[in-house]
Write a protein of this length. Structure first.
Length: 221
């Protein structure tokens, strides 16, 4: 067994650079050895942070999986680009850590689970809030019988910067247009805001997300 897990990244955007890369870099039992992003800017910033060699910065994750000897692949792409690299990495014999939400449809999730079962590797979804002190304390309290058998729970989450639906949806669609490795193209090529300046649904961009009921004024990411 190796001293250090060899980690490769697919997607070196905001969450990868802000959280995942620093977290991996802080470990003594792992090293980031390769990265992949279809956006040259994001790739360059990821390369600077991880200090990986130029020839280990990829645009195509299939190529990275083929050329690199990786133990773990950390998938930090937009939601509608979670399933393909996850399945590819599991099939290449790597453990996978994929950002949340796990995917954009139950069918994609089933494909990911099937690939995990075939590969016998670990597939972990970044449910980071479960590891907060508050969540751990609440879980322990419940497990110890502090409130008997819970039958209802309410959770709230505050977001400091508003709901980033338009920005993420647009970047996601742009990423998918550029991604050579994504087999399902976006259905339309209109901007994220319609002519009245109202938010268009992400389902227009990520076909797997289908709205239910009247959601004309809601944002979905
Ligand atoms: N756990 C959390 O609290 C948390 C917080 C923020 C974001 N996220 C999740 O992280 C994921 C990424 O979010 P982000 O804010 O970093 O987005 P982002 O747009 O900043 O980064 C995504 C990166 O993926 C790249 N990409 C897209 N398709 C690709 C492909 N086929 N191959 C390689 N690279 C590709 C893009 O070029 C981009 O650089 C989302 O699923 C989001 O829901 C989770």
């Amino acid at each position: 067994m190796r001293d250090k897990l060899r980690v490769g990244f697919v997607g070196t955007g905001g969450i990868a650079r802000g959280q995942h890369i620093p977290a991996w870099m802080a470990r003594t039992d792992a090293e980031v050895v390769a990265i992949c992003d279809i956006d040259p800017d994001a790739a360059a910033q990821g390369a600077k942070l991880t200090e990986v060699d130029k020839d280990r910065v990829y645009e195509d994750y299939d190529k990275m999986l083929e050329e690199e000897d990786l133990d773990v692949v950390d998938v930090c792409t937009p939601n509608c680009v979670h399933m393909p690299p996850t399945v590819a990495a599991l099939e290449a014999g790597c453990h996978v850590f994929v950002e949340k939400p796990v995917a954009t449809s139950a069918d994609e999730v089933r494909k990911m689970i099937a690939a995990r079962d075939r590969s016998k590797k670990l597939l972990c979804v970044t449910q980071n809030m479960r590891f907060s002190d508050e969540a751990i304390a609440a879980k322990r309290f419940v497990d110890e019988g502090g409130i008997g058998d819970p039958y209802w729970a309410k959770a709230e989450y505050l977001r400091a910067r508003g709901v980033p639906a338009a920005e993420i949806a647009e970047r996601s669609a742009a990423a998918m247009r550029r991604a050579k490795t994504v087999s399902r193209p976006p259905t339309q090529k209109r901007p994220a805001l319609n002519t009245k300046g109202r938010m268009r649904l992400t389902s227009d961009i990520c076909p797997a997300i289908q709205p239910k009921g009247d959601v004309s004024t809601k944002t979905r990411v």
